[in-house]
Design a protein around this ligand. Sequence first.
Ligand code: SF4
Ligand code: SF4
Length: 401
Amino acid sequence: MDLHVVDDELASCVGCGLCLPHCPTFRVTGEEALSPRGRIAAMRAVHWDGDPPDGSFVHFMETCVQCRGCEPACPSGVPFGRLMEGTRDTLARHHRMTPRWQRAAFWSLGHHALVLSGSSALAVAQRLHLVPRRLGLPPLPLRRPRLRGSGDDVWLFTGCVMDAWLRPTHAATLKVIEATGAGVRLPGHGADCCGALHTHAGLTRQARRLARRVMRAFPGDSPILVNSAGCGAALKDYGHLLGTAEASAFAARVLDIHEWLAERLDLLPPAPRRLAPVIVQDPCHLLHVQRSTTAVRAVLAHVADVVELDDDGLCCGAGGAYSALEPELAGAIRQRKLEAVARATARTGARVVASANPGCAIHLRAAGLIVRHPVNLLAQGISGEPTDQLAPALAADPAGF
Ligand code: SF4
Ligand code: SF4
């Protein structure tokens, strides 16, 4: 079966195994087939040798978190993410993965009014105890703050789930951008969803459709700021996804919010008093895909001392929809992150974890951690509010990520 991968890229793995310790699914299972090298071997068997893409093959591909932790570790520069995307696209086209109910759920993400009304209905159902806890949904907000544009220096990408579930983080983002003296423009119709989850699920045609709509929703040449690491990684990849000069030009305008803020920290007021130390968690789509790590730390350092984890940036297991689709593996992977956070807390006393990706935050909060977006901490720090008021505030406001 043609997996729609580039032969030279598939051939570039020399089998050295240096990526294995950086692969979360290999780390928790010890299975070669669930490592990058094992998955590449399986792809070669199907793509070159004509092996059938049977249930085992689909399992090896579906259990990949798509964290891309294997890429920076690879001395041969194997573009594993591209290989996985091509493979999943092929499997989805042949209806070997991403069943109809998942396709319907992903389709709905491209219709923001539906996402907002569905989220509100779920929030009510949660209050009535009608939503099974095993679904792993975070407590959803009944109300969302209204966002207002303030100028046209920069755009803010608001997205789908991030806007429906975690809009207070958008409000904090507007606040800190405006504190630098810049005005923010909000997108209108068409900017509903970046398509990241669709690409992960092999629904490349849907992802391309969404990408074209998103591009039309951000006219002009102002920077487009993104406060979700997963969405930012997807928007920065539009040049590859669509293969046009226009898409590449669009992608060049996209910045993770911390990249933009880190250049303007001197425009922000100092924190009247420093927040308690903050443990920084690197979302894979910032660390391995966008390869951006220093900006988050610079933003946090403006208001708090930054505490590092000692797990070498290993994935937390969230992986977009992965934590819902592969809950056992996602939980086992998360356990390692929880242990790393516990070691950091024992070492420094820090309890608050900063994460720049909503998926990671929701996954880690479901395990009992206090997780906040770095921009929320920055907004809190420059306003003078102390972090020791954080836990009760979060209990009262489930969307207060
Ligand atoms: S993307 Fe992540 S989970 Fe998948 S093979 Fe690479 S390191 Fe392992
Ligand atoms: S993907 Fe890279 S690091 Fe992993 S086995 Fe192949 S060549 Fe080695």
